[in-house]
Design a protein around this ligand. Structure first.
Ligand code: SF4
Ligand code: SF4
Length: 260
């Protein structure tokens, strides 16, 4: 791969790849440093596929939830780096793309049962949290618009609950960690806090515990065996006809508002 984007243009024969709306412009985009002309309406993910690449990694739910497709790009002539999810971002003219399917952030190994929901637990497993310099680069890099610096500051104060709540929408894409001058593994810190919060701070869900007991006692074994023998049509019918708890007037399931 060359250091500079390759100016030789690869023109993709559209035809059988996708049906484009009339008037769709083909715009130049750089993938792996190579220039392609691609339909302006496509997301980064679809544009890369249109150009002929197949995703083995760096692609998951295609709906902005799984965090598998973080992408870094620069637009030629603009000094700024931009960040986003390939499945959620529409291509722009002269984008120079780099996929980031995995970021090698430090991930601590721990036994949740041996920890407590305290600042000491965070500081012992992720001492680099204390090196935050307050630059807010992590927040600017986050495609989920999470106030990342705020949850890191809460972790520095030992506020497990706030770290868990502010980071709740984190999809573990790693873009914040890729930019942090203090080398903090934000999303792993956040996950530790959400685990501690769920294990030690939130009230125990008694109905869930009794359901787990029922499962372990074999109450559903027969039904599961029956399910594995069904064909697709039978499974679909069963799914459509399943019993669903009614939502309240605001669209919430019973009990969902407890933790707001
Ligand atoms: S990028 Fe790192 S150093 Fe900067 S505010 Fe975020 S956590 Fe702190
Ligand atoms: S907090 Fe970091 S890892 Fe989580 S979604 Fe935002 S940028 Fe991605």
């Amino acid at each position: 791969m060359s250091a500079q984007p390759n100016e030789k243009v690869q023109v993709i024969a559209s035809g059988d790849r996708t049906i484009l709306p009339e008037g769709t412009r083909m715009i130049p985009v750089y993938i792996m440093g190579k220039k392609y002309l691609l339909p302006e309406t496509l997301t980064i993910q679809k544009a890369i596929e249109y150009a002929g690449y197949q995703f083995i990694r760096a692609c998951g739910c295609r709906g902005g939830i799984c965090g598998a497709c973080p992408t870094v790009w620069r637009v030629k002539g603009d000094y700024q780096l931009h960040f986003g999810l390939a499945c959620q971002t529409v291509i722009e003219e002269e984008m120079v793309l780099a996929q980031l399917p995995f970021f090698p952030a430090n991930k601590a190994v721990y036994d949740l049962e041996q920890l407590q929901a305290t600042g000491e637990a965070i500081a012992s497993l992720y001492p680099e949290v204390m090196k935050c310099v307050g630059c807010n680069t992590c927040t600017r890099a986050c495609p989920m618009d999470i106030d990342v610096m705020e949850y890191i500051n809460a972790a520095m104060r030992g506020d497990v609950a706030r770290t868990a709540r502010v980071s709740f929408d984190c999809i573990q894409c790693g873009l914040c960690s890729a930019r942090c001058p203090a080398q903090i593994a934000h999303y792993h810190v956040a996950q530790l806090c959400r685990r501690l919060y769920g294990r030690y701070v939130l009230p125990r869900a008694e109905h869930l515990a009794s359901r787990v007991d029922e499962i372990q006692a074999g109450k559903y074994d027969g039904f599961l065996e029956e399910l594995t023998r069904m064909d697709e049509d039978q499974l679909r019918k069963l799914y459509v006809e399943r019993e669903v708890e009614p939502l309240d007037s605001e669209g919430w399931e019973p009990g969902d508002k407890r933790y707001l």
